[in-house]
Structures are given as structure tokens and as C-alpha cells.
Design a protein around this ligand. Structure first.
Ligand SMILES: C[S@@+](CC[C@H](N)C(=O)[O-])C[C@H]1O[C@@H](n2cnc3c(N)ncnc32)[C@H](O)[C@@H]1O
Length: 320
């Protein structure tokens, strides 16, 4: 690991605005900082490093040395660092590199309070995906008075943004049982009574298919799925193959001026393909596309500007 590149990435972020009342941000974004296979996120006073073994084979000894990160980060108020190694075999191994890592703690984004769990090696993430910051802002701005469906809700960060933005109701959908209480806690942390919202433990694709049988029944749909997953019926879901159908069902369910945020974490799918799938899905649903554009990525997601950088792709579509 090139410690000078790490230090440069962290120094560069000090000049980047992340928005008001925000202490969750990316410090190192892989290829965007010349460090392919390394992502470092700051969750308030705790830092989480993710390393992909395909880029950093035999990293363990390196991890123990922690590449001087404590010395770089302590002056910035960081008190602990945890690393998650993604092995070639698809396993995740966690190492506390420095300090005391809490099981859960509260972070802030755009004034929202969100509970994160940075030390769960089985989890896909900590509960707040940094690259979706502007998506959450967009959903918050579109939510007033509307029914919002948050598919693949995880810890409910999009749902909290919608509820704080004045949504009439947010339906969180995730097949993992632990996600419903997590999302409810996050609403409560923001002064919102979770009893006014729904937490559906079910297959998001099945829920969306049912929703599409009730045309024009909701105002905002967030669809932020994993690249692939095993569904509740045991079949495998592959996002790149499902984009068109997801867009079609969502566009059918959206009311007039409805908004769909559709993201794709498959790094091998080009954003143009996601845009095409969204457009084609709207057409199959018989809807007119009012606006369709790429979901903006925050400045700290530097891999978006790197020649071989492959950040999350997202599109935002409004229908009539
Ligand atoms: C990448 S996370 C979603 C992130 C979330 N949208 C956010 O903003 O934090 C993926 C989530 O999808 C859930 N999931 C995976 N397959 C699913 C399915 N078929 N139906 C419902 N939830 C699913 C997982 O349990 C996990 O919580």
C-alpha cells in the first residue's frame, strides 16, 4: 500500500464540502485515488477500510501495520479503525486496526441521524452507503405528501430521508429480518413515529410485482438492489438481467409526476445501459418519461472521474 497516496487522498478530502451537518464521508475511493481495491469511509469518529483481496493479495500482514492510518487520522478526531477484507473466495474477514470500535453508533448526514454498525463482517455495508448521499437528498426533496416505497431498504436511510422530507408514509421492504427494527430505530432517532410507516419483510421483487398491479399507487420508488442475491423462493436474482422489469413495474406503480431512483452496483454495467433499461421499462409500462438522468455522485466519490473507476451507477426518472 502506498502510504503517500493514502495521505494525499485524505488531505484532498479536507477541501471537499460534503454538505451541512454531515460526518459520514469517503476518504479513499479506490481507483479515483490511485488505490484500486481500497475504499475508506469515515463514520463520525470511526473509520472503516474495505479491501478487496483481488487487488491486495496476502494483505493481512499489511493490515496489521495499518499503513500509518492512525497517525494520519487521529489529528482529524478519528478514534478507531476497522478493516474488512473481502477475500477471493467471497468471504469477509474483519480486523480492528486501532482503538475501540463500537458495535453500533450514530452518525449524521444532512442533519439526519442514522445508526451504523461498522463492525459486522457479515453485513454488506455499515448502514449508510456514502455514494448515495445525493440520492437521499433527492428523495427527501421529492417526498412531501407522497407514498414512498423503499425497496431493498437495509437500514432504511432512504426511508428516513423521505420521512424527514414529509412523506405521507414510507414502506420499507427488505427480506432480512434485522432490517425492519433497524429502519424503525433510524426513524425514531429523527423524531418520527415508526408506527406511521410500514416495514415489510419480504422479497422486494415480489412486492414490486404486486405493487404494479395497483397502477399509480405511489409517488416515489427507491430501488437500490444488490448486484445479485438469492431470493426468498431460492432462485437467484441478477440485477443486470432484471433492470428492465424493475423499471417497468416501478413505472406502472408510480402516480403522475412519480419519481423512480434506480441504482445499479454492478460495476460492469455502464450507466448508459441503466438509462436505456429505465427508458424501455417506462415505455413497456405505457408511461411518458418527463425527465431521465444520471444520479449525481458526491465529490468525495472520486472514482467517478478515474479512467478505470467504476462507481455505483444510478438513474432518476420522472413519469407522467
Ligand atoms: C445494498 S443493500 C441496500 C442498501 C440500501 N438501499 C441503503 O440505502 O442502505 C442490499 C439490501 O438488499 C436486501 N435484499 C437482497 N435481496 C433482496 C430481495 N430479493 N428482497 C428484499 N431484500 C433483499 C439485503 O437484505 C440488503 O439489506
Amino acid at each position: 500500500m502506498d502510504e503517500r497516496l493514502l495521505a494525499a487522498a485524505i488531505a484532498r478530502r479536507r477541501l471537499m464540502p460534503v454538505g451541512p451537518a454531515t460526518d459520514v464521508r469517503r476518504l479513499v475511493d479506490g481507483e479515483g485515488d490511485g488505490l484500486a481495491g481500497v475504499v475508506v469511509d469515515r463514520f463520525a469518529h470511526i473509520v472503516r477500510v474495505e479491501l478487496w483481496a483481488s487487488h491486495w493479495p496476502g494483505t493481512d500482514a499489511d493490515v496489521e501495520a495499518a499503513w500509518g492510518l492512525p497517525a494520519l487520522l487521529a489529528p482529524l478526531g478519528v478514534t478507531a479503525i476497522v478493516a474488512v477484507l473481502r477475500t477471493a473466495a467471497g468471504r469477509s474477514i474483519q480486523r480492528v486496526l486501532w482503538g475501540q470500535v463500537p458495535e453500533a453508533h450514530v452518525v449524521h448526514e444532512d442533519g439526519l441521524r442514522l445508526l451504523v454498525r461498522v463492525a459486522d463482517e457479515r453485513a454488506v455495508g455499515a448502514g449508510v452507503f456514502v455514494d448515495q448521499r445525493l440520492g437521499r437528498r433527492l428523495v427527501r426533496d421529492a417526498a412531501r405528501g407522497r407514498i414512498v416505497v423503499n425497496l431493498f431498504a437495509h437500514a432504511g436511510a432512504f426511508g428516513v430521508a423521505a420521512a424527514v422530507g414529509g412523506a405521507a408514509r414510507v414502506d420499507h421492504v427488505d427480506m432480512a429480518k434485522k432490517c425492519a427494527p433497524w429502519a424503525a430505530t433510524n426513524l425514531a432517532l429523527n423524531g418520527i413515529d415508526p408506527r406511521g410507516h410500514r416495514f415489510i419483510v419480504d422479497d422486494a421483487l415480489a412486492v414490486l410485482a404486486r405493487l404494479s398491479r395497483r397502477p399509480k399507487s405511489c409517488g416515489v420508488i427507491v430501488c437500490d438492489p444488490p448486484t445479485q442475491a438469492v431470493r426468498t423462493d431460492g432462485t437467484r436474482f441478477v440485477l443486470r438481467d432484471a433492470l428492465h422489469e424493475l423499471a417497468e413495474h416501478a413505472c406502472t406503480a408510480l402516480d403522475d409526476d412519480g419519481l423512480l431512483l434506480l441504482s445499479c452496483n454492478d460495476r460492469d454495467v455502464a450507466v448508459a445501459d441503466v438509462l436505456t433499461a429505465a427508458q424501455a421499462g417506462a415505455k413497456s409500462a405505457g408511461r411518458v418519461v418527463k425527465t431521465l438522468g444520471e444520479l449525481p455522485l458526491p465529490a468525495d466519490i472520486t472514482s467517478k472521474d478515474a479512467p478505470r473507476g467504476r462507481p455505483m451507477r444510478g438513474v432518476v426518472l420522472r413519469v407522467r
